[in-house]
Design a binder for this molecule. Sequence first.
Ligand code: ATP
Ligand code: MG
Length: 328
Amino acid sequence: MAKKGRVFSGARPTGRQHLGNYLGAIQNYVALQDDYDCVYCIVDVHALTTVETTQDLRKNTFEMALDWLAAGIRPEESILFIQSHVPEVMELHTYLSMVTALGKLTDLPTFKEKVAQQPENVNYGLLGYPVLMTADIVLYKTDVVPVGVDQAPHVEFAREIVRSFNYRYNTKVLIEPQVKHTEILKVLGIDGKAKMSKSLNNHIELAATPQETSARVMEMVTDPARMKRTDPGNPEVCNVFSMHKIFSPAEEVNMIDAECRRAGIGCVDCKKRFAANLNQHLEPFRAKRAELASQPDHVADVLNNGAERARVIAQETIKEVREAMQLP
Ligand code: ATP
Ligand code: MG
């Protein structure tokens, strides 16, 4: 069946992925493969804007690739690669920077946030981040970028750069990417308050052992108003219940919903059930991940092969871009 076009998405190599990454990004990546030609990129160059040491970069990239592959990214079909393996992106970034207004970059809320977060490391790359992101997207002739609502302004920014470039050089070589809004659910951390995030250490790693996972689940905060086992609970405000809705069978969800409200089931029991269902759900993932982890050369081959295929598209785009710019 003919696919609907090309999807591109990238993520910084943050190492072992957690439930938030899985439900908010990876599952969507996997599903999109059915309808689109997908290009998935581990953006190691982007990571350099925020990390001050690269000593974990290779390990984190490898761990993330394992998680993506084990979760169902199909490398025979989709292109999975590491950003820096296709250096053409850096060249395109430079060309695009010439049609990008500096004031627009300094005005971006994301830039201001980063400046506030790391005042001691306000580097030039941080400012150019959206331009490099645009280069990632357009280098691979992307039609569609899947993003949650909060990231949509970045793609809008990319579209503006593309329009400026095409206008300046009187060309149509660069494709304006479309936003594909995805219903990205925001997964809360075990604290039940903040977004699950590795840097907040409120996360549950996909690759953890069943024992580690259960221990982490037992730490999860439930309905804060339920103080005693005999108090009735409110599943609507319980993060564990929201996870049950994703990972547990419908009858069990209904049972917990009803029993929690009349104090028929306690939080400890409820969490034990969730841990068991989560572990069961992740069993095939973990088996596949362990197998891949034992074959690092194979994983390297997969990533190298992805880079080769990405590079064919990239070189074609760069050729057209140079031509359009009338570079001597
Ligand atoms: P950091 O702690 O550095 O922010 P992270 O673990 O939160 O790292 P990100 O790099 O922020 O990971 O996100 C990677 C991808 O996973 C993005 O597509 C993001 O939208 C998604 N994601 C991350 N955390 C969550 C979450 N809690 N709920 C839903 N999606 C998430
Ligand atoms: Mg995050």
